[in-house]
Design a protein around this ligand. Structure first.
Ligand code: FAD
Length: 291
């Protein structure tokens, strides 16, 4: 392993100027659970690691009571999100996802921002945040910008961050009443494994508690980037949510997926499981919306 300098900025601006002065030869590090693995494997050889851990930011999710928006700091660990009563009760789809990332030791240091910026198709944190219509708040030398998470992922390992930009938070718009969501990480085992498939379903209902007013069906490891199965969402919208309509939405989503064979699973099985899990998560989302 090549020697590198470890830098500890105290502000976003200091981090950005450290990054810029090293002209692409430095890397940000948050929890280090992805970046250090890559350095050890020889896939990365930065001459500097710029820690984001000492920059003051939110240490718990914050709900703005006036606007209904939820703010999740990018430097927040999966564990702090998992343990938040607000996330457990109001955003169970996100809780489903973060509680199964790695192990407690990994979740104690790994951050939600690192999970998104790493941009692997199997990033568990991405699916629920896309389903919740999350936006990425990005800060750079030229100021800040906000982009939809659906446009944040550009390809495996690639996201829409330029130069020294830092992902600072994820903003979730207010959720409609009678909304429920659920996420499942599907793999051979639950702990310490990247998912073979990640499926998140979020449903909002009419006052009749049956008709779907809004559907989000988001898939991980089913294409080069996390994505929304928009045809399946359009099919459900305006229809009663039943086992039959959810099964049909699952079939449509399976058709939209671009699964492939990999070490963790073969394409035909993955496609089949998209259908099964969309229906299963839809049933759970419906139950939660009714609660
Ligand atoms: C044993 C093990 C098990 C794992 N299990 C899972 C799992 O089940 N599910 C899953 O999704 N992932 C899993 N991972 C992957 C990893 O833990 C997560 O992706 C984690 O959230 C990464 O966060 P981090 O803070 O450690 O990122 P780091 O390794 O610190 O950084 C990752 C990348 O993001 C950049 N970066 C980090 N934060 C920012 C920011 N705010 N702005 C700009 N750039 C930034 C870094 O420069 C780097 O390129 C696992 C990893 C290990 C080692």
């Amino acid at each position: 392993m090549r020697n590198f300098t470890y830098l500890v900025p105290r502000s976003l601006n200091e981090a950005i100027s450290m990054h810029e002065s090293r002209r692409g030869r430095a890397k940000y590090i948050a929890g280090g659970t992805d970046v250090l693995v890559k350095i050890k494997e020889g896939k990365l050889a930065p001459d500097g690691l710029i820690s984001l851990r000492h920059i003051i930011g939110q240490d718990r999710p914050f709900l703005n009571a006036e606007t209904g928006e939820l703010y999740i700091g990018a430097f927040m660990t999966h564990r702090s999100i998992e343990r938040s009563p607000l996330i457990q009760h109001r955003y169970p789809i996100l809780h489903d996802a973060v509680k199964n990332i790695g192990s407690v030791q990994i979740r104690n240091v790994a951050t939600i921002g690192g999970n998104l910026v790493n941009a692997v198709p199997s990033a568990d944190g991405a699916i629920p945040l896309i389903a919740l219509d999350g936006k990425a708040h990005i800060y750079g030398a030229k100021g800040d910008r906000l982009i939809d998470l659906t446009r944040f992922f550009l390809g495996p390992g690639q996201c829409d961050l330029q130069g020294a930009e830092i992902l600072t938070e994820i903003i979730i718009p207010p959720i409609a009443p009678r909304t429920g969501g659920a996420y499942v990480k599907h793999g051979r085992r639950e702990a310490m494994e990247l998912p073979m498939l990640g499926v998140g379903v979020l449903l909002s209902l009419e006052a009749d508690m049956a008709t779907c007013t809004k559907a989000r069906i988001c898939l991980g490891v089913a294409a080069p980037t996390p994505f929304r199965a928009r045809e399946a969402e359009a099919y459900l919208t305006g229809r009663p949510v039943t086992e039959e309509t959810l099964a049909e939405a699952g079939r449509i989503a399976a058709g939209e997926s671009r699964v492939r064979d990999s070490i963790r699973g073969v394409a035909w099985y993955r496609r089949e499981m998209v259908g099964v899990l969309v229906k299963r998560m839809g049933i759970l989302a419906l139950e939660r919306a009714k609660r």
